[in-house]
Design a protein. Structure first.
Length: 239
């Protein structure tokens, strides 16, 4: 099989006797990123401007982050494992895999608001075309226990680790398709659904396609989410 990557066309052969690797099918995903013109604009629009001649290329930095996420890494230290991969980084047009310290330092240089706008715009580009059809907005809250000193770590509802500081992830996604529209990371003591309403209305008001689709009708909610429906009623079957 042939995959068209940023390093050119590569031939992929299946070996039924070889061990399965987590990134073995990545060339086909890279082919998708290239054909859909998703990776290049994402790198170009990143609000990170480095002027030092010794600074890493944005493509190398963001490519390292993306490969780390796809590999299931949860800590910056895990980035080091990617440096042993001589195949996939060049397929993304990268010259090298940057170090974990370089990733941490340079991501900190991205201002909060420009960074959110950058990521939201590219996330909306992938999901907005689907919102012209009837859909249901599903809101889910998840508790993420934390270890060490992290910003926003608060003691709240934590059934698995009582008394352990945590973050609360409020996720807004298209039901059934499970496509994530947005994730709000809040302190651990803001796990209740009423803390998600601010992010929900911001999501509806700032997404032109969502606003146009939902305008003039009402929100339907689950019985468990009655606190959301009491806050405000607008939109068409958006839950």
């Amino acid at each position: 099989m042939i995959a068209d990557t940023f390093a050119g066309r590569v031939h992929v052969e299946w070996d039924a006797t070889a061990p399965v690797t987590p990134l073995g099918q990545l060339p086909f995903f890279i082919d998708f990123l290239k054909q859909a013109s998703l990776f290049d604009p994402w790198v170009a629009d990143c609000p990170l401007h480095l002027t030092s001649p010794n600074a890493p290329r944005k493509r190398d930095l963001l490519g390292t982050v993306m490969l780390s996420v796809l590999a299931g890494h949860r800590r910056y230290a895990h980035v080091t494992a990617l440096r042993c991969d001589p195949v996939n980084p060049p397929l993304l047009g990268m010259r090298k895999v940057v170090s974990e310290d370089s990733v941490r330092r340079n991501l900190e240089k991205i201002a909060d608001e420009p960074g959110r706008i950058w990521l939201r715009n590219h996330l909306d580009y992938c999901t907005a075309p689907l919102l012209g059809e009837p859909w249901i907005l599903d809101v889910d809250s998840t508790v993420k226990p934390l270890y060490g000193h992290q910003e926003g770590a608060k003691v709240g509802y934590n059934p698995r680790k009582p008394g352990r500081p945590s973050h609360s992830y409020h996720t807004y996604m298209l039901a059934n398709l499970r496509l994530v529209l947005r994730v709000d990371v809040l302190p651990g003591d803001e796990h209740n659904v009423r803390h998600a309403t601010e992010g929900l209305w911001d999501l509806v008001s700032t997404r032109a396609v969502i606003k146009r689709f939902c305008q003039g009708t009402r929100i339907a909610s689950n019985p468990a989410d009655r606190s959301v429906s009491r806050q405000r009623k607008s939109g068409r079957n958006c839950r």
